[in-house]
Ligand binder design. Structure first.
Ligand SMILES: Cc1cc2nc3c(=O)[nH]c(=O)nc-3n(C[C@H](O)[C@H](O)[C@H](O)COP(=O)(O)OP(=O)(O)OC[C@H]3O[C@@H](n4cnc5c(N)ncnc54)[C@H](O)[C@@H]3O)c2cc1C
Length: 495
């Protein structure tokens, strides 16, 4: 029977990111998908700076940029087309990348799969469905069926269910989903041609027809129309109804409809992300309404968080117990994004004209006062896990995303991660680590770099910080003599 280190069930954006990260670390990965190719119709259209930084780690930025589009802002409009909210999406960020990108999902998935496929230790099996699995003391035995073929059994030390919203792995593992209470039917329409609306993501808060309009990459344009009570999805995706829905925005005679489909937008998060040797990632573990454009982003972050921990466990440099931190860290982060999306969705989805009038009044007044728009959550920190200190007593930087400054070394200017490569990174205000710290850093397989601009360190009252492979801050040293203990603490927690 064929044996792998990890079987990844589901080769969508989450599964292919995980396969690439594990495969390029040399682990034997079997990635299976029941479909013959990537899903050809875009669902996700947006990712953020932190996800671009993960693609940078994977060496994929140049391959991906042609499939992205720079967008200026997200705006919420009243029914009268007055701007209720304006959120810039073209800002530089501490992550080293602009805040937001629009992209073409099938092209991105192709790039991710091609990258994973370049790792010799990754085997792909398409047109192959996972039917079931059985766990024993040494691993997991997985039952597969190639289309039109016989049932086969393969083994792995770990199984990761990246098999999407209706995950078979989740069902077999008995891991259930908590409902954060959002369930709205929408029709999603992708078109080519016609006039471009504006270089913004538009949430049109008309109680008569809440609508989202996105000018996407590859000259595509996305409309999302909320269905009203009594409307049926199958009826609303008929060409004549789509023409009516699009007419306020484009000349329906001048556009090509690429696809139209009904989606129910949900807010769900798994109560458990691991059972024994089985883990969940991506939509298998959580689903969000798309109002912040964060569903796929969360799956990519899952894969990044899980990959370095699995890598350590597979190389026997850490105990499998560290895998418990995967769900405990990821779940609160995902939940904050989902709650933000639900809050933004409630603003958009209001169908009662009187409630809509009150909403408009209060949002316009909040805008005058310069308040943060509802739903905007920034980059929430990770939950309790492999970090310095106890939760509640930590330095504010711990468990948040580390900044990625531009650094100049020997006259060459690059982003921090491009100097250091992946792994643990110790960033010092000045100088190099002393001998004891250097030894601990070696055992951590980490790199040290100094960031000569004192501003960040002074602002946070620190001398150094330690970045984990997934770009989260592990911990900080307030003074030079605390650097070695910081690194020893990381080694102890990872043992
Ligand atoms: C209208 C809409 C707009 C969205 N907009 C955004 C956005 O702007 N930004 C964003 O980040 N996210 C967005 N999302 C969410 C995003 O599309 C998903 O979160 C993302 O595609 C999930 O990726 P995944 O790899 O976890 O799962 P999927 O993409 O669902 O992939 C799962 C894979 O598993 C395979 N599979 C399933 N069962 C089996 C089995 N038993 N055996 C073998 N293979 C199996 C499937 O064939 C599939 O390839 C949007 C979603 C929708 C519907």
């Amino acid at each position: 029977m064929n044996t792998y280190d990890v079987i990844i069930a589901g080769y969508g954006p989450t599964g292919s990111t995980l396969a690439g990260l594990l495969g390029h670390a040399g682990h034997r990965v079997l990635a299976i998908d029941r479909d013959a190719d990537v899903y050809q119709l875009p669902r996700a259209v947006h990712f953020d700076a932190a996800v671009m930084r993960i693609f940078q780690t994977m060496g994929l930025v140049d391959a991906l940029l042609p499939h992205t589009r720079a967008i200026a802002a997200c705006e919420f409009w009243t029914a009268e087309r007055q701007v209720l909210l304006h959120v810039p999406m073209d800002q530089p960020t501490e992550q080293g990348w602009r805040s937001d990108y629009l992209f073409h999902q099938p092209s991105l998935e192709k790039v991710l799969r091609e990258s994973a496929g370049r790792a010799e230790s990754v085997e792909e099996r398409l047109c192959t469905e996972l039917l079931d699995y059985r766990e024993d003391a040494d691993g997991v035995e997985v039952e597969l069926r190639p289309h039109g073929g016989e049932v086969e059994r393969v083994r792995a030390r770990w199984l990761v269910g990246c098999d999407g919203a209706n995950s078979v792995v989740r069902g077999r593992a008995g891991l259930d989903l908590e409902d954060l209470i959002f369930d709205e039917p929408w029709v999603v329409v992708d078109i080519r041609g016609g006039e471009e609306i504006r270089n913004v993501v538009l949430q049109y808060c008309d109680p008569a027809r809440p609508t989202t309009v996105v000018a996407g990459a590859h000259d595509m344009q996305r409309f999302e129309f909320m269905l009203l009570p009594g409307e049926k999805g199958e009826e609303m995706v008929r060409p004549e109804r789509l023409r009516e829905l699009m007419a306020p925005w484009v000349d329906p005679d001048r556009v090509e409809i690429v696809r139209a489909a009904e989606y129910r937008f949900h807010a769900l998060v798994a109560r458990g992300w691991r059972r024994g040797r089985v883990l969940l990632a991506g939509d298998a573990a959580h689903q969000t309404p798309p109002f912040l454009g964060q569903g796929m982003c969360a799956g990519i972050r899952d894969a990044h968080n899980l990959s370095w921990k699995l890598d350590r466990v597979l190389r026997s440099t850490s105990d499998p117990a560290i895998l418990d931190s995967y769900g405990s860290e990821r779940a609160p982060n995902v939940r904050t994004f989902i709650e933000g999306a639900v809050a933004a969705g409630r603003v958009v989805c209001t169908q009662d004209p009187e409630l809509a009038r009150q909403r408009d009044e209060s949002l316009l007044a909040a805008r005058e006062r310069g308040e943060t728009p509802p739903g905007l959550v920034g980059q929430p920190p990770l939950g309790d896990g492999l970090f310095q200190g106890a939760e509640g007593e930590r330095h504010a930087l711990v468990a948040s995303l580390a900044p990625q400054p531009w650094l100049k070394v020997d006259g060459v200017e690059k982003l921090l991660d491009d100097f250091t490569g992946p792994g643990f990174r110790l960033v010092l205000r000045e100088g190099a680590p002393e001998a004891k710290a250097r030894q601990a850093l070696e055992r951590l397989e980490g790199h040290a770099v100094s960031w000569p601009d004192p501003t960040f360190f002074e602002e946070h009252g620190i001398h150094a910080f330690l970045i984990r492979p997934d770009h989260a801050v592990f911990g900080v040293a307030r003074a030079p003599e605390q650097v070695a203990p910081l690194l020893e603490d990381a080694l102890a927690r990872l043992a």
